[in-house]
Design a protein around this ligand. Structure first.
Ligand code: ZN
Length: 439
């Protein structure tokens, strides 16, 4: 990974801002200790973030007789970020302040059978408009709108190259949205948005090497390497859900057999249960989210079949996570997504045991495995976090986002605008989330 001095400086801006959000009010010396940066670097970066209107001075800390230390906090009043979670069946938008408090939210349903680009774009614009127009958010300056959108996205051009659930190919999504929304727009893949949520507000904050495993209807992984997201050459890194777990195993919607997703995605877990008892009363036909909820409740109540289904799922998941541990030697693996949240502690406990069995001792021993602490919708929170990154990065999200900049933008940063940023975001197959992922 090529890291220019400007890239390092941008990453350090993120680091300082994340730390202030987590620890505010906080002094510069404490920031230096927490981030591992020099006091001089912290002072420079804080100056930039204050000039950008993101941080404010927030009084003084008693230093026991020495010179009083100034405290910093995020600007509480005027700025806001919007995160949008677009799935095949709904659009969910949330407005956040800079401390990631949700100020307002709005939602619209999408009809899967009628997902022409114009319809989806209109729904996104209307949902963002409703959330931004809510009285709790009025008067705020919207710094940026992040949109997590399913399918394969070229982040440089803002073109949705392929969204299988909608039958989209080469849809100029950023341009269409920019015609309807007067804000800076930052498109991202939902899987990368989940990683951003963990880096800004979750378990991966301050970590250099972390893996965020998303478990929903679909399955994927986001990687932070050296503190930065790894997106791959074509924005497609993270398709771990479509790596082969069982040779000649279950048929996957990608057309291959035995993919990880077919065993640990919501429909795969339903199949694990069905194979134990085809007549299980926990099975809700055509409703994987309801089945997973029943399974979680029955497991908690000590139902032996439910416990076995979770154990089987954890065995598959643990073997697949152990591959990630052996490959990447991460400090941390975060289990995110609505399936992970629903199955919770029993799944986590057994995944840890399975990883112990399958990973080599050397990387395995040092890797923490945790459930995501993020309580909000991880995609909308992460999309808003990505928007904040875009706002803080010189040059924003490639050339196209400037065309989308029609107001509500931040004062320009102190660096000259950079070249188009690298292509970003692991791609993800169409159906990672559904109604169960919300909230
Ligand atoms: Zn597959």
């Amino acid at each position: 990974m090529k890291r220019t001095s400007r890239g390092i400086r941008t990453a350090n801006r993120y680091r300082v801002l994340r730390q202030v959000i987590a620890d505010q009010p906080v002094s510069r010396p404490r920031l230096a200790v927490a981030t591992g940066l020099s006091t001089a670097t912290v002072a420079t970066l804080v100056g930039e973030l204050v000039a950008l209107g993101l941080l404010v001075e927030a009084g003084y800390e008693d230093s026991g007789g020495g010179r009083p230390r100034g405290l910093l906090a995020v600007n509480p009043s005027d700025a806001a970020l919007v995160g949008v979670d677009v799935s095949e069946t709904y659009v969910h938008a949330e407005v956040f302040d800079l401390a990631w408090t949700v100020l307002s939210r709005a939602e619209r349903q999408l009809c899967l059978g009628d997902a022409a680009p114009d319809r989806v774009v209109n729904a996104i614009a209307a949902t963002v408009g409703a959330a931004v127009g809510h009285r709790a958010a009025t008067g705020r300056q919207v710094l940026g709108v992040g949109v997590g959108i399913p399918g394969v996205l070229d982040r440089r051009t803002g073109v949705s190259l392929y969204a299988p659930a909608w039958g989209w190919q080469d849809v100029p999504l950023l341009r269409l949205l920019a015609e309807r929304l007067p804000h800076r727009l930052f498109l991202d893949n939902p899987l990368h948005a989940c990683l951003a949520a963990e880096l800004w507000s979750g378990a991966a904050r301050g970590r250099e090497d972390a893996v965020v495993v998303y478990l929903g209807t679909g399955v994927g992984a986001g990687f932070a390497l050296g503190g930065e997201p790894h997106r791959g050459r074509s924005n497609s890194a993270g398709e771990w859900g479509h790596t082969t777990l069982v040779m000649d195993g279950r048929l996957c919607h990608c057309g291959r057999h035995g993919c990880v997703e077919t065993y640990v995605g919501a429909p795969g877990i339903v199949q694990n249960l069905r194979e134990l008892n085809p007549l299980s009363p926990l099975l809700h036909p055509d409703d994987p989210a309801a089945t997973i909820a029943s399974l979680a409740a029955a497991c908690e109540a000590g139902d032996p079949v439910a416990e076995k289904a979770v154990r089987d799922t954890a065995a598959y998941l643990g073997a697949a996570v152990a591959d990630l541990v052996n490959l990447l030697d991460p400090e941390l693996v975060v289990l995110s997504g609505w399936v992970a949240r629903r199955l919770g502690a029993p799944l986590l406990r057994q995944v840890r045991q399975a990883v112990d069995r399958h990973a080599l001792r050397r990387p395995g021993d040092g890797t923490q495995i945790v459930l995501s602490p993020v309580r909000a919708n991880p995609v909308s929170l992460g999309a808003a976090s990505s928007a904040l990154e875009g706002v803080l990065a010189p040059g924003g999200q490639g050339g196209t986002s400037h065309a989308a900049t029609a107001g509500g933008s931040l004062r320009p940063g102190p660096f000259p605008p950079g070249p188009a940023s690298r292509t970003l975001g692991p791609a993800r197959h169409g159906t990672t989330r559904e109604a169960g992922s919300r909230g």
